[in-house]
Design a protein around this ligand. Structure first.
Ligand code: TZP
Ligand code: MG
Length: 206
């Protein structure tokens, strides 16, 4: 497994939240220009071909120092030459993804309760995400909010790097790190003024 350390901010670019392709790529460039070093591409509505085309374009536009993570799809991660995959509870299992992507690429798993954290901890996942920490409108049918208490509980159950997700803003991100998360994953909190907002998050999180 690669030596693994997560940056404090894990930006997620969700293509459904940007009105067209040009704004999507502009958004990605703003995130990276602001200092994002770990970026997940999330596209729940495109065909596999569209997802891959956009992924390749992201890769073309973004410096190699930025780690690129594909949401849901191990096959498209490989096809796009991304650095990792993030899967949820209904995607391929973590160990199934690992067999596809090999040991070098990064693998993250979403969890929503203590039981799922324990199970993910026993897999070959490189990091575990826990959430939604706060209310979110970026996910269809989100699981119940776990709160800061859920982050603390997850922290106690795993030594893998822990990502907190769901409703995280500049205002509440410190409390999430203080509850034990290593990194905060943010979707809607980056949509406005992404370059400045990324810089703000990085300044707040040190
Ligand atoms: N998983 C748990 S909450 C969530 C996902 C994908 C959405 C997070 O988006 P936002 O806009 O940062 O609340
Ligand atoms: Mg998924």
């Amino acid at each position: 497994m690669p030596i693994f350390s997560l940056p404090r901010l894990y930006a997620i670019a969700d293509s459904s939240l940007l009105r067209d392709e040009a704004s999507f790529f502009h958004f990605v460039e703003e995130l990276v220009g602001g200092g994002t070093t770990l970026l997940q591409y999330r596209n729940k509505s495109g065909s596999p071909r569209q997802v891959l085309d956009r992924a390749r374009e992201i890769k073309r536009r973004v410096d190699r120092s930025v780690r690129l993570v594909m949401n849901d799809r191990a096959d498209l991660c490989l096809a796009a030459g991304f650095d990792g995959v993030h899967v949820g509870q209904e995607d391929l299992s973590a160990d199934g993804v690992r067999r596809v992507i090999g040991v070098e690429r990064w693998l993250g798993v979403s969890t929503h309760n203590a039981e799922q954290v324990k199970i993910a901890d026993a897999t070959s996942a490189d990091y575990i995400a826990i959430g939604p920490v706060f209310a979110t409108s970026s996910k269809v049918n989100p699981d119940p909010v776990v709160g800061l208490e859920g982050v603390r509980a997850a922290r106690a159950l795993t030594q893998k790097p822990l990502v907190a997700i769901g409703g995280i803003t500049r205002e509440n991100c410190r409390s999430v790190i203080e509850a034990g998360a290593d990194s905060v994953a943010v979707i809607s909190g980056l949509l406005r003024e992404p370059n400045k907002t990324v810089r703000d998050f990085l300044a707040i999180l040190g």
